[in-house]
Design a protein around this ligand. Structure first.
Ligand code: S3P
Length: 169
């Protein structure tokens, strides 16, 4: 049984697509904190932000993370903001490897501009918001075991880079 692999990073950096590939190639199980929050609450992320608020979402996200962290052999795709809740970085670090996926703000914007399912980016100028949030979260995103820059990489190549790292760690 391997220790968990936690993929963190901003929205649109490829955590879910790449995470699925890594899990498949390493014979591990894949899970996604956003999908688990949606499943447990019976609401979409957008509904949770609209009908409750961001704090309520962050609470549910941490509950799911605690549950995941009791298990092993998982590749975990996390929501981009999971890093901002106090204690979550330590929780993930205690249970496995922490890997950040990065991409340029322009590439992120291009990848997610038509997706209405990201409530934090439903603002007048999403590109500015992306830049601001990345700036705010950068201290967390750079404090991991490995950083993979995905702007120019295919999901397949990003997955291979992660596998090379975990096999040699
Ligand atoms: C968020 C990222 C989203 C989701 C929620 C908040 C964030 O996940 O958790 O909309 O704060 O960056 P993805 O990174 O999977 O899009």
């Amino acid at each position: 049984m391997r220790k968990n692999i936690y993929l963190i990073g901003f929205m649109g950096t490829g955590k879910s697509t790449v995470g699925r590939l890594v899990a498949q190639k390493l014979g591990m199980e894949f899970c996604d904190t956003d999908a688990m929050v949606e499943e447990k609450s019976g609401m979409t992320i957008s509904q949770i932000f609209d009908e409750m608020d961001e704090d309520a979402f962050r609470g549910m996200e941490t509950d799911v993370l605690k549950e995941i962290t009791e298990r092993k052999n998982l590749v975990v795709s996390t929501g981009g903001g999971i890093v901002v809740t106090r204690g979550n970085m330590e929780l993930m670090r205690s249970a496995g490897s922490l890997i950040t996926l990065m991409a340029s703000p322009e590439q992120i914007f291009d990848r997610i501009k038509d997706d209405k399912g990201r409530p934090l980016l439903q603002v007048a100028n999403p590109l500015d918001e992306i830049k601001q949030l990345i700036y705010d979260r950068a201290p967390f995103y750079i404090n991991t075991d490995c950083i993979v820059e995905t702007t120019e990489l295919s999901p397949e190549d990003a997955a291979e880079e992660i596998i090379r790292f975990v096999e040699n760690a």
